[in-house]
Structure formats: C-alpha cells, structure tokens
Ligand binder design. Structure first.
Ligand code: MTE
Ligand code: MO
Length: 396
C-alpha cells in the first residue's frame, strides 16, 4: 500500500500521530498474506492439567492401563440415582469413529483458560456431537444436566469434572457449534498431551469445560453445575470473552523509529468489531495502570490491522481437509463470518516515524455490542481479560 495514501486516510480518520502502514486492505485480492500459522502445533499449546502422575505423560503400558490408547479407550454413559436412561452404554473408540463417518463435525476453536489471560492455542477439532453420542441411550427421563470427567488415577482428589445443561447438549441452535466428543486435532488423532484419544470440546466455553482423557458421562437430575472450577470462585457458566493479547508482552527496546507489535484477539460470543492500540508517551511507565486511574479517560485508541482469512487455506489446513468441510464456511470455501467465533483473529501494528522516547503500548478489542475490553464483564470469575500493556523504548 502507498504510504502517503495510508497517511492521508489516517488523517481523515482523525488518527493523527505516527504513521500506521498497511491499514485496511481494500479487498481480499490485494489483502496481505497472514504472517503467522493459523493452527497451533498440538504439542505447543499452553498446558493446564491436573494429575500426579499426569496422564499427559502416559506412554506405552501406562497409557494402555489407563485406557488412553485407541485400542483400550472406552466411554461409559450412565444415569445417577434420580435419572433414568433406557440403555446405559459403553462406547469404544472404533464405535465413536464409526459414528463420526456420518455425524462428524469440524471446527476451529481456541483454548483459553479462565485463569490465564493469553489463549493456550488454536486447533481444528473433529468429533461427534454429544447429542449423537447420546442417541444410543434411548429414552431419557428426569435428566437436567450432563456431568462428565476423564481419567484421574482413580484418585477423587485428582478428578477434574465439568457439566452442561442438557439443553446445551441436545438443542444446538442453527448456525452454532455443538459440544463434541473430539477424536482429531488438526487432522490427526489427538495426542495424549492434548487430552487424547478422546476429549470433550465445548466451543463457547473456557478450557475447564473441555475435559481431557474423557471417559465418563453421567446424566443427572441435579440442576447445579458440579464443575471443579466452580469451587475455585469461577463462574461455571461464563463463555469466552472478546479480548486482545500480545504475542509477547516483554518490554521492547528499539533502535530507530519503527514499532511493530503482533498479537491475537479471542473472538467471544459477542463477536469482534475491531482491535485498537493506545501508545502513551510517559516519564515513568506503569504496566499495570489501575482500572480507576484517570489516565484511562485520556486514552487515544486507534485501530490496528486485522489479518484477513488465509486465502485458499492451502498452507494452513491439514492435507485433505477442505474449508467447506469446516463449520462456518460455505460451499465455495469462504467463511460466513470473519473472524470466526471462538477462534483467534491475528492483528498487527506497524508504526513508522515514532518520536524517540519511552511508551506504554496497550491493545484492546471492541465487541459487536460496542463494549471495549475488559467490559462488559471485567470480573476475574468469568475469565481474565484485562487490557495488556508492554513498555516500549524507541532510541530514534
Ligand atoms: N482431565 C482434565 N481435563 C482438563 C483439565 C484437567 O486438569 N484434567 N484442565 C482443564 C483446564 S482448566 C484447561 S484451561 C484446559 C487446558 O487444555 P490444554 O492443556 O489442552 O491446553 O483443559 C481442561 N481439561
Ligand atoms: Mo483452565
């Protein structure tokens, strides 16, 4: 893009100050290529897992004994004392994959922990909707919730439980993604490090609903959440928030006048309208500017560039996977919305001609309802999403 033109556009938009290059590509055709891979290597996700020994370390005989190989894995489906199901079931891996032949769904979803702001990684998950898994159970009576957990060394202290209201399991609204018993990640079997061979994936929720090493579904008449995370002062019904993060928030010392920053934005259910930055010249930098500080009212926020969807996706998807086979894409392989809900949008900031000095650099999202991060739910209980900051020094 012509830098002069970009500068003129910026001035027209009232975004005075340093030169922002590459703002808003005119069309998909001349859009810049994405600069980072869209899917995270399954072994490079941030990890949050209980257990000693930790099931993620199980190989060979240990994995066999724990039922964490494709040959030994089983999912038990029962009812507790106040509920009834016509046919309690045990499903093995082959039966789940067989169901997948006609029922499988694939979607992008980023994993994010309620208690760790920066997303852990993004995957293309494949599995069978729970509603289809439960089909084989016949009639259900007095069922209000589904409780579920995974392998935990038969130690009640290590159990990591979660739950869903039965409507969230059975009544997926049109155009939404269902919770799945997932058996593939990025086109390959889910490694034990990521909760394989079968893990729960709940698209709209933080990681604590996506139970790894899944082995047990219990239908219950109880109405309370029964989530391990609920006991730790977290909101078990929260869903993913729209929020921006830096790839690295390490302080940066730059020779010259060009400032570059890269990051992701989690797209929660309220959608993503834009990502903005605020570059604040300071004498004494304060990374953790308190929420009530009057300086927030003087914040000058300007949009950063959101990377487009990765063109034909050829270099982004596992071999043999076509965009049209993924949730949210049409028959022509174009996404129906961009960025996609519950996934990561990549943003980048390239500022030229920044006067030498010391700065605080912040980014935030604005969701489709007009709420700027960390609003409308700044509460830690429903997911950490404070505005991130990095300290930048430009030497000129
Ligand atoms: N069985 C089991 N599942 C689990 C957990 C766990 O400790 N045990 N941790 C949960 C939490 S809190 C998060 S954030 C995600 C993290 O998933 P990851 O380690 O694959 O990134 O897994 C969830 N599933
Ligand atoms: Mo978590």
């Amino acid at each position: 893009m012509d830098d002069k033109l970009a500068r003129r556009d910026l001035l027209r938009l009232g975004l005075a100050g340093p030169l922002l290059t590459g703002l808003g590509a005119a069309s998909q055709e001349d859009a810049p290529r994405p600069t980072r891979p869209y899917l995270t290597d399954p072994l490079k996700f941030g990890d949050v897992s209980r257990g000693n020994p930790n099931p993620k370390t199980f190989k060979g005989e240990a994995a066999v004994k724990a039922g964490l190989t494709p040959e030994t894995w089983k999912l038990d489906i029962t009812a507790d004392e106040k509920s009834e199901i016509e046919h309690p079931l045990t499903i093995d891996y082959a039966a789940l994959l067989k169901l997948g032949e006609t029922r499988a769904i694939r979607y992008f979803k980023a994993l994010q922990c309620n208690l760790i702001a920066v997303p852990l990684g993004q995957g293309l998950w494949e599995g069978v909707p729970l509603r289809d898994v439960l089909q084989g159970c016949g009639k259900l009576n007095d069922v209000r919730r589904l409780y579920y957990w995974g392998f935990h060394n038969n130690d009640p202290k290590q159990i990591f439980r979660s739950s869903l209201a039965i409507n969230q399991v059975l009544d997926t609204p049109p155009g939404e993604m269902p919770p799945i018993a997932a058996y593939k990640l990025n086109g390959a079997p889910i490694p034990v490090e990521r909760g394989g061979p079968v893990r729960m994936i709940v698209p709209w929720a933080h990681g604590f609903k996506s139970i790894k090493w899944l082995q047990k579904l219990v239908l219950t008449n109880r109405y309370d959440a029964n989530d391990t995370y609920a006991e730790k002062n977290n909101d078990p019904e929260s869903y993913l928030k729209t929020a921006a993060y830096f790839d690295s928030d390490k302080d940066q010392k730059i020779q010259g006048t060009t400032l570059r920053a890269r990051g992701v934005a989690m797209v929660g259910w309220p959608g993503l309208d834009r990502v903005e930055y605020w570059l604040r010249a300071v004498q004494t930098p304060k990374k953790d500017l308190p929420l009530g500080d009057p300086a927030w009212n003087e914040g000058k926020w300007s949009p950063v560039v959101l990377e487009p969807f990765p063109g034909d996706w050829k270099d982004q998807l596992p071999d043999g996977t076509l965009p049209k086979d993924i949730w949210g894409f049409n028959e022509q392989g174009k996404p129906k919305e961009w960025p996609l809900r519950f996934s990561l949008a990549h943003w980048r900031l390239d500022l030229d001609g920044v006067p030498p000095g010391l700065y605080e650099l912040r980014v935030r999202t604005v969701d489709k309802n007009g709420f700027a991060q960390p609003e409308p739910r700044p509460n830690h209980q429903s997911g950490d999403n404070l505005i991130p900051c990095k300290i930048v020094t430009l030497a000129g």
